[in-house]
Design a protein around this ligand. Structure first.
Ligand code: UDX
Ligand code: UDX
Ligand code: ADP
Length: 470
């Protein structure tokens, strides 16, 4: 079959491109897969035994295929030339300037890819696959750029194949996806990609749609998922006011098959590179197409999430006698969820920022995140409004943020602990030791409802959780 001679190039070796291509290469030993990136350090890391991203099981998948039919390179031009199928998997951050700033997707990297593909494709037919999350109708722009700058005799098809993997479970999700979605106009092109995934994904789970449905489904899926988290978080605030328990409410409603049990965990707020970005992108699109009511509806999901993060910090300050100034607070977890080293849009950034504004001293422990990454995330969100932090936010960060090499060490001498990421290891600590190490009263704020609160209360902790009394 055609797929047997296929050579694939993927532009962008990030959280999406890297793991996805490693899985394709693992499952299809006869397809040559080259992942390219302009970032030399990132490519070097993919070629080393310390991969640039942490994902359970990823190292094994990469090692099985790397050097056999999986290659990481910075030679973008050559890889484009040699491939029949090219995935675009570059970053599409929120625009920070100009029209749509703070909402619209910045498509400059995608456009640059399309132009590079046109420039370096010197013969035959190529299938271009949008893997990055993109606003609906982006394929139209990609097609026009390709068509207007293509060399004579070169032709392109454009497919949309959004990735639904979640970080921390990327390998599992890629091995057994709920579905693979492929949108396109050319039946042959769609079939070529169906044949790739068909090597390990049951056919019934490979959905094919028109291009625009595929593009829009990605934004919609993330908006619905984020909406569930904001919905349960909204109810958590009401629980705290009424003595209902949000986890009990969640399991009670989750048994309704129309609602379902997943993604109903109340928390300090959702984070990650996708949810907020994709919703804001959806909001921008709705406004662009003259649908302000629809835009306002979805924007509430992000506003509720901001509220949840602020509410958590305010609760800490209020509980600790209305001041955390010069008190040490241990922060457990900085990643946006467990089993990842990714901190993009993590709720911890905003909680720590607001605690620093209150002049708290933070000792942070995350098993996968180091001091430099933490400092740079904090500086990034504080630079917008330095006056809030007495002007010199970098000094505030330098003087008040340290890291510890264990959860226990972070708690040593602390007035309070804020648990912000649900790492498994936090469930297995010796809480007697933690309690003894802390100042009294020993406040513990469980931003993930992760721990056995009654046991902690018995040990002497004053526990505060999300959406319940402890
Ligand atoms: C609802 C709840 O389903 C039920 O659990 C509760 O006890 C009472 O309220 P009901 O109002 O009888 O039941 O009907 P339901 O099937 O939920 O439909 C409610 C409305 O939503 C209807 O107008 C229905 O047409 C509409 N609907 C439902 C949609 O427009 N789209 C859907 O996907 C589902
Ligand atoms: C998400 C989508 O799940 C995935 O399909 C898409 O491809 C990319 O965006 P990801 O951001 O990696 O994946 O992680 P996800 O598991 O969805 O968690 C997002 C955030 O929501 C995390 O901060 C998580 O802690 C939070 N969350 C999730 C909750 O607070 N409660 C929940 O019940 C679920
Ligand atoms: P995602 O989470 O969507 O995978 P990342 O930011 O982790 O996003 O990865 C995107 C990658 O794309 C980055 O490593 C970046 O260097 C790379 N990239 C962006 N533009 C280009 C380009 N024009 N050519 C090659 N690589 C690019």
């Amino acid at each position: 079959s055609a797929a047997e001679k296929l050579s694939i190039c993927c532009i962008g070796a990030g959280y999406v491109g890297g793991p996805t291509m490693a899985m394709i290469a693992k499952q299809c030993p006869d397809i040559r897969v080259t992942v390219v990136d302009i970032n030399q350090a990132r490519i070097d890391a993919w070629n080393s035994d310390k991969l640039p991203i942490y994902e359970p099981g990823l190292q094994e998948v990469v090692e099985e295929a790397r050097g056999r039919n999986l290659f990481f390179s910075t030679n973008v031009a050559e890889s484009i030339r040699d491939a029949q199928m090219i995935f675009i998997s570059v970053n599409t951050p929120t625009k920070t300037y100009g029209i749509g700033a703070g909402r619209a997707a910045n498509l400059e990297f995608v456009e640059r890819c399309a132009r590079m593909i046109a420039e370096h494709s010197d013969s035959g037919h190529k299938i271009i696959v949008e893997k990055s999350t993109l606003p609906v109708r982006t394929a139209e722009a990609v097609k026009r750029i390709l068509a207007s700058s293509a060399r004579p005799g070169v032709s392109f098809d454009v497919l949309s194949n959004p990735e639904f993997l979640a970080e921390g479970t990327a390998v599992e999700d890629l091995l057994a996806p709920d579905r693979v979605l492929i949108g396109g106009e050319s039946r042959d092109a769609v079939q070529t990609l169906v044949d790739v995934y068909g090597r390990w994904v049951p056919r019934a789970q490979i959905l094919t749609t028109n291009l625009w449905s595929s593009e829009l489904s990605k934004l919609t899926a993330n908006a619905f998922l984020a909406q569930r988290v904001s919905s349960i978080n909204a109810i958590s605030a009401l629980c705290e006011a009424t003595e209902a328990d949000v986890d009990e409410v969640a399991s009670a409603i989750g048994t309704d098959s129309r609602i379902g049990p997943k993604f109903l965990k109340a928390s300090v707020g959702f984070g990650g590179s996708c949810f907020q970005k994709d919703i804001l992108n959806l909001v921008y699109l709705c406004e662009h197409f003259g649908l302000p009511e629809v835009a306002a509806y979805w924007e509430q999901v992000v506003q509720m999430n901001d509220y949840q993060k602020q509410r958590f910090t305010r609760r800490i300050v209020k509980t600790m006698f209305n001041t955390v100034s010069n008190k040490r607070i241990a922060v457990w977890g900085f990643a946006f969820k467990k089993d990842t080293n990714d901190t993009r849009e993590s709720a911890a950034i905003y909680v720590c920022r607001d605690l620093l504004e209150e002049r708290a001293q933070l000792t942070i422990y995350d098993p996968k995140v180091g001091l430099e990454q933490i400092k740079s995330e904090l500086a990034y969100v504080m630079q917008n409004d330095p006056s809030r932090y007495g002007g010199d936010f970098e000094k505030l960060i330098d003087e008040n943020v340290t890291v510890a090499d264990s959860a226990l060490a972070a708690a040593e001498g602390a007035h309070g602990v804020a648990l912000l990421t649900e790492w498994d290891e936090f469930k297995e600590l010796d809480y007697k030791k933690v309690y003894d190490a802390m100042q009294k009263p020993a406040f513990l704020f469980d931003g993930r409802n992760l721990l056995q609160h009654s046991n902690l209360t018995e040990l002497g902790f004053e526990v505060h959780a999300i959406g319940k009394l402890c």
